[in-house]
Design a protein around this ligand. Sequence first.
Ligand code: ADP
Length: 191
Amino acid sequence: MRLIILGPPGAGKGTQAERICDAFEIPHISTGDIFRANIKNETELGKQVKSILDAGGYVSDDLTNAIVADRLKQDDAQAGFLLDGYPRTLPQVEALDEMLAQDGFRLDAVLELVVDDEELIARLLKRAETSGRTDDTEDVIRDRQALYRKETAPLADNYRERGLLVDVDGEGSMDEVTQRINDALGGVASR
Ligand code: ADP
């Protein structure tokens, strides 16, 4: 399975991504996790992106594309993967299309978790109490949400036109959402 999980900050992508990856035995490739690990380990990349992540902005397409291209070349990603947090812009969509085409691969589906804006803010503020993430403050959360609506939400239309988008209701308990995703992916696996 080659999947993308799309959804605004707070939609529950990380949690659901872990569960999907366990079920399908594919690697969970989260650009946010890659950036945060580099910041934590104080690598060159980490130093370059720290202030961008803290402000809730997007890392440049060139840098992000290069990191994903490198990750997708690794052995564990040859039989499938789930991308979480990537692509986030239309140029990243194009870059990913090229990376996959070079290897003769194609995407199976793009899952979009749909959650109401106010519910998202409430979830993120709650997460902020325990996450330790420096970008989980109310102002930065609102900025990340606005940037998502502007830059990333249009990706859903692109994938919908290509027949790849699978919308999943992201409200309710985590288990309910997992069940909906499993049902939706059952349909993808058999098509
Ligand atoms: P969330 O989905 O909660 O916003 P992520 O963990 O996916 O968080 O990403 C955290 C931050 O990492 C983003 O706000 C952004 O600064 C950076 N980032 C992650 N993925 C990308 C990407 N594909 N392009 C640009 N910046 C990214």
